[in-house]
Design a protein around this ligand. Structure first.
Ligand SMILES: Nc1nc2c(ncn2[C@@H]2O[C@H](COP(=O)(O)OP(=O)(O)OP(=O)(O)O)[C@@H](O)[C@H]2O)c(=O)[nH]1
Length: 705
């Protein structure tokens, strides 16, 4: 058995994962030949299945790196594309279809690509071999093909037929050997014919005497010799045994019938013929080539490993990191930061959020119903039923106008749909905080984790949203009908509303100041005087004559109107602040005189009630379910491939893991290599002394091979 080739193929598979450099390349058999020389038929005869792309439209456009793996004791035959993750393919017509698609994916205008397709075939009927099929040489480009195609194919083949590879030069018997492009190409890189095997196909198409003469050719002598074959696929095998049937038997039978019928190919003639002999030759030659490349490959792996070890020490201080530990640690840290957050975002914070929201609503309603003085170019004429706010402090206690105004404002506040509003405010705040936690964590570099966290957050919040908002709405219902106020509440809201109005006043004054700075104080004052007079109507407008207010730009007048609004709003706020501080507003019985205070009482009551339910229904539920939901999405349920893909989303982590894996794979390859070399050495020693070779030493990863 060809032990060495098998083991070297395994080492090569490890090195492929490392990302092969030229130095780490192990010998393969490279198949070259002109188009229609019978390359595919030879490869299929070796494999025993039709699996290569067929068609007239140049269907081999990429190198196919074919690894045959002998699986003694098993009956299964299947292929795998290791780079594509498509799993085992037991139907060889599916392999053929996939290869055709992969080849035809190379655009017509490029015609060939040097990106190889890797295909492994496992079968008890194949020898351990690594072969590379290349696009066939063409003599002249046909219509539609780029003129440089001929050179492109030649260049691609040139790259592969370099040492240490063995060249399998295919020529058809019915074409003069002097015209064989394959032999000409191999001669250029292997002038002494030391690593070229000549294969003469279609032996059945020429006279046996001529066939024999080709096999014994003296013009192109090859040390590894010529093998004559008849590989025409017998369609009948498929017909009798099904489309996935092994065709080797039928080919061999057909070949034997042909060669046995002609004494020119008899055992004493020295002619090597038949697919069986070709297979054996390929195995022997590859085994020998592998043996002679052992030391070189071992040295190359050593060097690569030294570089990887140095880099790992320098950049990562030999710190071991796996995708699993990285994700688990990141998840742990995130859960910790979440826990910390739950300690600082509780009832008081929710209360503050909601009150701020309602304060804004109260200010809006006050502005709408009490402070409103529309800003139009037209003179301002209050509606007939509208009373100026200046009248409020001196109004009669039973004045229906002011009573209705406050009742309407209160009703507007209690019927606002506060259940929904409050739930929304808290849910949005939670979602924003979660986004912040992500942005402060290592997960910020991981789109998958970011999405998982945001999905977990939204799922829980959405699930609880409607029931929470309904509960809150139900509990504030009584306030829609009656609001009882205690002295303590009134006093507190009197303070609150003063604070609120003061803040509003400050904001107005600052905005006014900023406006003055941007327009120019004098210019703004002039334009505002103009706007004021305009608003006074004809009487005011008359006084405009002779002033230099005419000729203000439209933009300046806009700003002046804004200035007037801010100035008036400030004056009004000062007046209301004065009213709230007055004795009149010190007593809850005077609520109609102090709408600001009363609306604050209502807002406080709504807030306190809502907080109770939001805390139980939304906050606590979220805090309980989120870590569990996170585990479901980022924890044990992920497959190793998903974990790996997530960790690699961060370029820094990807580099770390890649280098570490590279180092480990090189160590594994080297260990296998050392063991292989020791085995070879003991085999040679045993051969010399006529003894059996020693048992191989089990490696750190168990018994190798
Ligand atoms: N008579 C005879 N025909 C053969 C033999 N080997 C291959 N053929 C036929 O020759 C034609 C070309 O064979 P392929 O194996 O497709 O040749 P190829 O070199 O792979 O061709 P391209 O894919 O075009 O590069 C097919 O029709 C085969 O059936 C043989 O030994 N004898």
């Amino acid at each position: 058995m060809m032990v060495l080739t098998r083991k070297m193929i395994e080492i090569r598979n490890i090195l492929t994962k490392v990302g092969q450099t030229a130095a780490l390349q192990l010998p393969s058999i490279v198949v070259i030949g002109s188009q229609s020389s019978g390359k595919s038929s030879v490869l299929e005869a070796i494999v025993g299945h039709e699996f290569l792309p067929k068609g007239s439209n140049m269907v081999t456009r990429r190198p196919i790196e074919l690894t045959l793996i002998n699986t003694p004791g098993s009956t299964a035959e299947y292929g795998e594309f290791p780079a594509l993750n498509m799993g085992k393919m037991t139907d060889f017509s599916t392999i053929q279809k996939t290869l055709t698609e992969l080849n035809l994916a190379v655009p017509e205008e490029d015609c060939v690509s040097d990106d190889p397709i890797q295909l492994n075939i496992y079968s008890p009927n194949v020898p351990d071999l690594s072969l590379i099929d290349l696009p066939g040489y063409i003599q002249v480009s046909s219509e539609g093909q780029p003129p440089e195609l001929k050179e492109k194919i030649a260049e691609l083949c040139e790259r592969y037929i370099k040492p240490p590879n063995v060249i399998l030069a295919i020529s058809a018997a019915d074409v003069d050997l002097a015209n064989s492009t394959a032999l000409r190409a191999s001669r250029r890189v292997d002038p002494r014919g030391e690593r070229t095997i000549g294969v003469i196909t279609k032996m059945d198409l020429v006279e046996p005497s001529r066939g024999y003469a080709i096999l014994k050719d003296k013009n192109y002598p090859l040390r590894l010799g010529y093998v004559g074959v008849v590989c025409k696929s017998p369609g009948s095998a498929k017909y009798f045994f099904g489309k996935n049937a092994n065709i080797s038997g039928a080919i061999i039978k057909n070949e034997n019938a042909f060669f046995n019928a002609h004494p020119e190919f008899g055992p004493d003639t020295g002619a090597v013929v038949g697919t069986v002999n070709l297979r054996q030759k390929l195995m022997n030659v590859l085994e020998q080539t592998m043996a002679s490349s052992l030391q070189g490959t071992s040295d190359a792996i050593h060097q690569e490993l030294e570089e990887a070890t140095y880099e790992f020490k320098v950049h990562y201080n030999d710190r071991h990191l796996t995708a699993e530990t990285y994700l688990a640690e990141s998840l742990d840290r995130f859960k910790h930061s979440f826990k910390d957050f739950t300690q600082v975002f509780g009832r008081p914070q929710v209360r503050e959020l909601l009150k701020r929201e309602l304060d804004q609503k109260v200010l809006d309603f006050l502005a709408q119903r009490y402070w409103n003085k529309p800003l139009t170019e037209e003179p301002y004429r209050p509606r007939r039923d509208e009373k100026p706010l200046t009248e409020l402090p001196t109004a009669e206690p039973d004045n229906m106008y002011w009573q209705r105004k406050l009742d309407a404002s209160t009703s507007q506040l209690t019927k606002l749909g506060f259940g929904r509003l409050a739930t929304n405010v808290v849910a949005n705040a939670l979602a924003q905080h979660m986004d912040r936690l992500v942005s402060e964590s290592t997960f910020r570099e991981h789109p998958f984790a970011k999405k998982a966290i945001s999905d977990a957050t939204n799922t829980i919040l959405n699930e609880r949203f409607y029931s929470t908002s309904d509960q809150v709405e139900n509990c504030i219902k009584p306030y829609k009908y009656e609001i009882e106020v205690e002295d303590r509440e009134w006093a507190q809201s009197r303070d609150n509303s003063q604070k609120l109005l003061k803040e509003e006043l400050k904001a107005c004054e600052e905005a006014y100041k900023a406006l003055g700075n941007s327009v120019g104080k004098k210019k703004l004052a002039q334009a505002m005087t103009f706007v004021d007079r305009q608003r006074e109507g004809p009487r005011g407008a008359a006084t405009l004559e002779g002033t230099d207010a005419f000729g203000f730009s439209h933009a300046l007048l806009e700003r002046a109107r804004e200035g007037v609004f801010l100035r008036d709003r400030s004056a009004l706020l000062k007046m209301r602040l004065y009213a709230i501080k007055s004795k009149q507003c010190g007593n809850k019985a005077n609520k109609y005189y102090c709408p600001e205070v009363f609306l604050d009482v209502v807002a406080e009551k709504l807030t306190s009630t809502a907080v109770l339910f939001l805390n139980v229904e939304l906050l606590s539920e979220f805090y309980y379910h989120f870590p569990r939901e996170l585990d479901n999405r980022l924890g044990r349920h992920l497959s190793p491939e998903q974990v790996d893909a997530i960790a690699r989303e961060d370029p820094k982590i990807r580099k770390h893991i890649d280098l570490q894996q590279r180092k480990q794979l090189l160590e594994l390859a080297l260990e296998k290599m050392d063991s292989l070399m020791a085995l070879e050495k003991s085999k040679k020693a045993a051969e010399r002394s006529g003894q059996q070779p020693q048992e191989e030493v089990p490696s750190r990863w168990g018994r190798i091979f």
